[in-house]
Design a protein around this ligand. Structure first.
Ligand SMILES: Nc1ncnc2c1ncn2[C@@H]1O[C@H](COP(=O)(O)OP(=O)(O)OP(=O)(O)O)[C@@H](O)[C@H]1O
Ligand SMILES: [Mg+2]
Length: 262
């Protein structure tokens, strides 16, 4: 089997640290993030929750280095992202595996080619058969049957597309896995499958820090080690599921009551 070792391994306590992060898109008239302080422990599975429009996706984009904070600091794996130039940031992004609501596969590439793609781009020293072996291993890890590997995304089901997207996110053995609404719009059975897949993937890839933005509160409470609730660009509460259930904060209670009903 091809070597799957990571290039570097971070040993600090927190994989992700945001310090007083503020973000305005209109020269300070309005702030979308109003001073986020957040520490995500290394190797945890953390869920970010909150009502629509509270800044969850904007915060994730800061963690990914796609947005620069107006003020404050974003550190990932001990690296202050503001110290990286564009070129270094692109390289640094190999530390992330990302899965969004749409699996965003390349339509004209087979399942296998989709997973080979990041390896062809970023692991140029590998031979083609090594690349294919790694892609095979990742697809098997996410539970896809090899009989689908040569198919195009349009020829497989939505659940299989998610698995393929996840295999591609895992291709470079990222230290950090980011999910933004991975189950929004899916039926309940597929939702549960994807949630379980996220949990399984987190357990199988030891050392990985997973961050998931989710509307699905029941799933967040079931699979996450820590939960962070954002409200209007601030962290309203962060802690374990227990901390949320016993919270006296009115907005937390409302969110928990609503979210746990269905
Ligand atoms: N590039 C941008 N320029 C200007 N405003 C933006 C930009 N991106 C996001 N916003 C604004 O930031 C606010 C927060 O958006 P964000 O996408 O982070 O919400 P969210 O919490 O992820 O919501 P949802 O649960 O609906 O996905 C919204 O009012 C949005 O319009
Ligand atoms: Mg969002």
């Amino acid at each position: 089997m091809a070597p799957l070792t990571r290039q570097q391994t971070f040993k600090g306590e927190y994989a992700i640290e945001l310090t007083d992060v503020k973000k305005s898109f209109d020269q300070g008239k309005d702030f979308i993030l109003k001073g986020i302080d957040l520490k995500i422990p290394r190797e945890s599975l953390t869920a970010i929750i909150g009502f629509s429009g509270t800044g969850k996706s904007v915060m994730l984009k800061h963690i990914l280095g796609l947005y620069e904070p107006t003020s404050g600091k974003v550190e990932v794996l001990g690296q202050d992202l503001s110290e990286l130039n564009n070129n270094d940031l692109t390289k640094f992004r190999c530390n992330y595996g990302v899965l969004f609501q749409s699996a965003a596969l390349f339509d004209d590439m087979s399942v296998l080619e989709n997973v080979c793609f990041p390896l062809d781009e970023h692991r140029r020293h590998l031979k083609k058969d090594q690349v294919i072996q790694i892609a095979y291993d990742k697809l098997k890890m996410v539970g896809l049957d090899p009989k689908h590997f040569e198919k195009l995304p349009s020829q497989i089901s939505g659940g299989m597309q998610k698995r393929t997207g996840l295999a591609r996110a895992l291709a470079l053995d990222p230290e950090i896995l980011i999910y933004d609404e991975p189950t929004t719009g899916l039926d309940p059975i597929l939702t549960e499958m994807v949630d379980n897949l996220i949990l399984e993937t987190h357990k199988l890839n030891q050392g990985t820090t997973s961050v998931m933005v989710s509307h699905d509160l029941a799933a967040a409470f079931r699979i996450a080690d820590f939960i962070v609730m954002l409200d209007a660009g601030r962290v309203l509460l962060s802690g374990t599921a227990q901390d949320f259930f016993k919270s006296d904060i009115e907005l937390v209670k409302r969110f928990v009551d609503k979210g746990m009903k269905h």
